[in-house]
Design a protein around this ligand. Structure first.
Ligand SMILES: Cc1cc2nc3c(=O)[nH]c(=O)nc-3n(C[C@H](O)[C@H](O)[C@H](O)COP(=O)(O)OP(=O)(O)OC[C@H]3O[C@@H](n4cnc5c(N)ncnc54)[C@H](O)[C@@H]3O)c2cc1C
Length: 687
């Protein structure tokens, strides 16, 4: 607790964070390395983010959309143009966007357009477009979603009809519902678009394919047959992300502009597969890459919010240590020392760490098909399913977590200058973009049910589904798999025991919903109806699988740490992740009894106390520079009150006093004679 050291010009808080940091039991740099992957990766990340040095956006919250858009474009190009031939990896792109001082449409150019060329184009096509795109000589977007269809990608209606005589594809939006709607960077920025369209040749339908289309000419005006519009104001950064509408009217492109890594149309109209992709779903690999990045990005976004809220909570004092004290200057408690506040923050901190580690694992799992490391796409189906489920869950956890961190900051969390208020709005798009959680969970559930059937008929599962292999063993019974965790707080603090519990819950949910489905079909329901009737349970099963994967990944990381101090603190955080999701989720019926639940709460309470001295050091390890946080209340030096005052002084609304329009809308109504007298007691005659 603290005595108030404020003066008229200072909040008296600059000593607080150094004192907090001095209590840390571990080496912060080592944890930063762990989050990045290793020491070399930290160096690489710092090298990237070092390039936005001097590009702070302190005044972002007072800027108009047009000015923000200009600033985003000029900063992005200035930073990246120095490296014209540099091809960033997917992880590099994710680092750049998580540490960007302002996200915007260039994120789509780098993160979607270039990635699609990289993954879908033939080598020859890459040589035409990729160097130009990386040098900003052409700018592109990813035009998949239409007004009528988003989640149901296979139902998109834009057509690409092959004209054999002219050796051209004709791209067309046959209805209003078929017009492109939502692609970022489409409305104003891009010169080109990757357009997803249904391929038709001589009346036959060949499914969804991607095409490169120039949409603006050398004067940046829409090309003939291309109608472009901005969609209108949105919340958060959405305001500068340049989402657009595009209607195509019989636009012709050369045959060579269909992205051809996986298939080609020959001049005489034959459709040939050019590469054994193992699965037709490889068409959707950009979506998978994006979802993998979104998982890692969810960890980073939540980490920013937790950094701000934890530093602020260490500084903010509220409530007397001795609640009976009558002296108004009596020592007060820092809000981080209230168990409720500590729980909310450590839960989000543990979740951010957990998602970071899961993101790293997903990058590894997906690298074989995204960066051409391996020759096989055999794990594509699994990565597509698990990255979908994890994208759904992690972006939801991050979005809810960021909002709770904002609420943890009281009134100041509502100020844009806090950085955390803006973050809440900025992040809102992610649970929706690239697919809503419910729908992605159902997609994962379909994969898991198939995996279950595979093991039931003797197949062997690997990777994230390996734990389901027990189902195929002779004499399998759910009861025999139950994790018999002893109901003591010590056992609940043990990460491998917790992993066992989560594994059992995932197995139980899946086996039970699998037999529900089977029973409904045996009772005469169609598979589609049975699926629809069990959707809620299917979503629960997919969520349980994801949470098991996340916890298991976190626990494996902990087990691999050499440094004892780092291992201890990471294991505590890992346990908090597991225990917090037991505390806040209802679906432990049949897995934990009342006594066990009580003990898990006890273990959680102990962990929160043990982690307390490391709170600030744990968020420092996320390693966000002040210019990235752009926060008055989450600054590294802890001078919160001075920063709040300075930000208020800079508010654009303070530029005019009286306010603009005062003469017309307020002055005529005021009693100017009364106001002229000032703070004097009115005499009876003057009332
Ligand atoms: C900020 C932002 C950026 C975007 N950027 C791009 C971009 O760059 N390029 C691009 O092409 N698109 C982009 N999109 C579009 C985005 O991918 C879609 O909005 C998203 O896939 C959801 O589709 P939808 O809007 O049609 O929602 P819908 O599919 O209509 O979903 C509405 C509701 O129906 C539910 N639902 C739908 N199908 C099912 C089902 N089968 N089972 C159960 N429930 C279901 C969903 O869960 C959701 O709750 C962006 C969107 C946003 C908001």
């Amino acid at each position: 607790f603290f005595f108030d050291m404020a003066t008229r010009d200072s909040g008296g808080t600059e000593h607080v964070l150094p004192q907090e940091r001095a209590q840390a039991t571990f080496d912060v740099e080592k944890v930063t390395n762990l989050l990045d992957g290793n020491e070399k990766a930290t160096k690489r990340r710092r090298w990237f983010i070092g390039h936005n040095e001097g590009m702070g956006l302190t005044d972002r919250y007072n800027m108009r959309r047009e000015d923000l858009f200009k600033k985003h474009c000029s900063d992005f190009i200035t930073i990246h143009k120095k490296f014209p031939n540099f091809k960033p990896t997917n992880k590099d792109v994710q680092w750049m966007s998580s540490n960007s001082t302002m996200l915007g449409p260039f994120g789509n150019h780098y993160g979607l357009f270039c990635v699609t060329i990289q993954t879908h184009a033939s080598e020859e096509q890459k040589s035409w477009w990729l160097p130009k795109a990386l040098r900003f000589e052409m700018i592109g977007c990813y035009a998949q979603t239409e007004i009528g269809h988003g989640s149901n990608v296979r139902g998109l209606q834009t057509t690409a009809t092959y004209d054999k005589g002219a050796q051209q594809f004709i791209l067309h939006s046959p209805t209003l519902k078929a017009c492109k709607w939502w692609p970022g960077a489409l409305a104003k920025l891009s010169t080109h678009a990757i357009v997803y369209a249904q391929l038709f040749m001589e009346g036959k339908e060949y499914g969804l394919h991607s095409f490169l289309l120039q949409i603006r000419d050398h004067e940046h005006k829409p090309m003939l047959g291309v109608e472009l519009l901005d969609m209108g104001p949105k919340t958060g950064t959405g305001n500068i992300t340049d989402h657009g509408f595009m209607r195509l009217t019989q636009v012709r492109i050369p045959r060579e502009f269909m992205l051809a890594r996986f298939q080609q149309v020959t001049p005489d109209g034959k459709y040939i597969k050019t590469r054994q992709s193992g699965t037709d779903n490889i068409q959707y690999s950009t979506m998978v890459v994006t979802r993998v990045s979104m998982v890692a990005g969810a960890g980073a976004a939540l980490a920013k919010a937790v950094t701000i809220a934890t530093r602020y909570s260490a500084i903010r004092t509220q409530g007397f240590v001795d609640i009976r004290s009558s002296a108004h200057m009596a020592p007060e408690r820092t809000i981080l020392d209230y168990q409720t506040q500590r729980y909310r923050l450590f839960k989000q901190m543990a979740t951010a760490y957990a998602i970071y580690f899961m993101g790293n694992r997903l990058f590894e799992l997906s690298s074989t098909f995204t960066e051409g490391v391996g020759s096989s796409d055999s794990n594509f189906a699994e990565v597509m399913a698990i990255s979908g489920g994890l994208k759904g869950l992690c972006t939801l956890m991050a979005s809810d977590g960021i909002e709770d961190c904002r609420k943890c900051c009281g009134g100041n969390g509502f100020l844009l200058s806090s950085g955390i208020g803006a973050l809440t709005g900025d992040y809102l798009e992610f649970p929706t973009a690239e697919g809503d959680a419910a729908m992605l969970m159902l997609y994962l559930a379909r994969y898991l049910i198939k995996a279950l059937q595979k093991t039931q008929s003797g197949g062997v599962l690997t990777s994230t589904c390996e734990y389901l292999n027990v189902v195929g063993q002779p004499g399998f019974s759910l009861e025999a798999q139950r994790s018999h965790i002893e109901s003591t707080a010590t056992m609940f603090a043990n990460t491998s025991e917790l992993v066992g519990l989560y594994r059992y819950r995932a197995l139980r949910n899946l086996v039970m919903v699998g037999s529900d489905l089977q029973q409904k079909v045996l009772d005469g329901m169609s598979m589609d109806d049975a699926w629809s009737e069990t959707s809620l349970k299917l979503v629960d099963a997919a969520r349980a699988h994801c949470l098991y994967c996340i916890l298991d990944t976190f626990a494996q990381i902990c087990a691999s740490i050499q440094d004892a101090a780092v291992r201890d603190v990471m294991s505590q955080l890992c346990a908090v992740f597991g225990l917090a999701h037991i505390r806040d989720q209802g679906d432990w019926v049949g897995v934990l009894d009342v006594k066990a639940l009580k003990m898990s709460h006890e273990a959680l309470s102990q962990m929160l106390g043990q982690l307390r001295p490391n709170a600030v050091a744990l968020v420092d390890a996320f390693d966000f520079p002040d210019r990235v946080l752009n926060s008055t209340i989450g600054r590294f030096d802890g001078k919160v009150y001075e920063a709040l005052y300075e930000a208020a002084q800079r508010s654009a609304f303070n530029k005019h006093d009286p306010f603009e329009g005062y003469e017309d809308v307020l002055r005529p109504h005021l009693d100017l004679e009364f106001l002229k007298r000032g703070n004097v007691v009115p005499t009876a005659s003057k009332l």
